[in-house]
Design a protein around this ligand. Structure first.
Ligand code: EPU
Length: 420
């Protein structure tokens, strides 16, 4: 996906089937290493971050088979503790999960680099603090970060400085292999962290407290292969709901867990959307105009940072929004690169510290550059609601997390084309 072209101004009507969660799939695929056996994954999203993860696993020796049913079979028995290519691991954030998974399986891990969207600095000090508490030592070798548990891993009481998704998942993986009891305090409670716990439990791990801020792991028993279904992607679902709100119309997102979307649904409702919530679908009927509101992002169950740019796009649209809208970003304080691009459409936005305040103005079509995954899709949302032809370059960033973007939006009546 290189370029996205949108002829905006059409309302959206219909249903869209939501795929598996990228941010659940990545840690689960890496966690499979701990089993040393074959695992079967259903509903794995075919987004580029997931495909690259499979390539990394293959380069480490895993055998991968795409079944006709759509399931993906990964045999981890042949994985070896190699140093994966920096070009590959450096392209996605999820590659940090190799540390916890390899450390758990082999007692050592090496990583040349991990990438992901650029929100300024993305430290992993809390991951390393957790590994050290479990008995691993850290050193660098030819620029690669290395971990070694020379005397094996043992359970520990670990308190994270913040409820980091990555640190929780990584330390949890290593803890399943650590002898004895590990407690992770101030743990992340995101649905994708719970999904990882469920996967590890299906593989034989003893974990309690998932979904709360304290996880307890009784580790040291070998894990075994298992089958799992990846949970629906709450961020993809939220993105289509935001798009319906922006463009107008009525859209149903299917295959969702509405409970995961609660914070987003509360905000859309407060803005004036009419929502019908079913067991595993949500229908949004957009109002003729919606209100600007103030939203602060935060760890689950707060409003997700990964929906911040999409919401901000709504606030920018002068023909749709009434009043000022404001997003306060409490997770990634530099997640505002999308704002400059919205400015090219005529948006009036003021960034002050970690907040963006939008005074609605009438937007016009332009050529834009996708800054990152969610920032890029926010530009798509703005373009769908804006009359004229908007072109978004560097769109590979969007393909990292959205599968069948063109097909799904076209089925809703949008005039959108994806190139490359
Ligand atoms: N942090 C530290 N030290 C650490 C770890 C995190 O200071 O050791 C800080 C970060 O700088 C940030 C905050 O803690 O300010 C939260 O970071 P977290 O570790 O939770 O983020 P992550 O694991 O790197 C995942 C998602 C992101 C999502 C965040 C927050 C994946 C692959 N990435 O990142 O997803 O924004 O959690 O929910 O799961 C996206 O999908 O667009 C995306 C960026």
């Amino acid at each position: 996906m290189n370029k996205i072209v949108v002829n905006g101004g059409k309302k959206l009507y219909g249903e869209v089937e939501i795929g598996g969660s990228k941010n659940a799939a990545l840690p689960i695929l890496f966690a499979g290493i701990l089993t040393g056996e074959a695992c079967v994954f259903s509903h794995l999203p075919r987004v580029s971050d997931v495909l690259l993860t499979l390539e990394i696993l293959r380069s480490l020796g895993a055998r991968i088979r795409f079944a006709a049913t759509g399931d993906v079979l990964v045999d981890y028995s042949t994985v070896r503790p190699l140093l994966p290519s920096v070009a590959q691991t450096g392209a996605i954030r999820g590659s940090v999960y190799l540390l916890g998974a390899m450390l758990g399986r082999f007692g050592r891990a090496r990583l040349g680099g991990a990438g992901g969207c650029d929100f300024g600095s993305r430290p992993i000090d809390q991951h390393l603090m957790g590994f050290e508490a479990l008995g691993a030592s850290e050193y660098t070798e030819n620029g690669a970060l290395c971990l070694l548990a020379a005397n094996g891993l043992r359970g520990a009481d670990i308190t994270l400085k913040m409820p980091s998704v990555g640190a929780t998942a990584n330390v949890l993986m290593a803890a399943t292999a650590a002898k004895g009891r590990t407690v992770i305090r101030n743990a992340a409670a995101e649905p994708h962290v719970v999904a990882l716990c469920e996967f590890l439990k299906a593989a034989g791990a003893h974990i309690e407290g998932q979904g709360s801020s304290t996880l307890t792991v009784c580790g040291g028993t070998p894990l075994h292969g298992c089958a799992t279904t990846i949970i629906p992607d709450m961020i993809e679902a939220g993105t289509y709901l935001c798009a319906a709100m922006a463009a107008g119309g009525r859209v149903t997102v299917k295959n969702v867990v509405p409970g995961h979307l609660e914070a987003a649904l509360d905000v859309l409702r407060a803005m004036g959307a009419t929502l019908t919530v079913g067991k595993n679908h949500v229908t949004l009927k957009a109002p003729s105009r919606y209100r600007g509101v103030e939203v602060t992002t935060g760890p689950y169950p707060a409003f997700p940072t990964d929906l911040h740019p999409q919401l901000a796009a709504l606030f920018a649209l002068g023909h749709r929004a009434t009043g000022t809208g404001r997003v306060v970003e409490a997770v990634w304080q530099e997640r505002f690169r999308y704002a400059e691009e919205l400015g090219k459409l005529g948006a009036r936005v003021r960034i002050q510290g970690a907040s963006a305040t939008f005074s609605p103005s009438v937007l016009h079509a332009a050529t834009l550059r996708s800054p990152d995954l969610r920032g890029g899709v926010a530009l798509v949302i703005a373009a769908l609601a804006t009359e004229g032809r908007t072109e978004i370059t560097h769109a590979a960033t969007v393909g990292r997390g959205y599968e069948h973007l063109e097909t799904k939006f076209r089925a809703l009546g949008a005039d959108i084309r994806v190139f490359g």
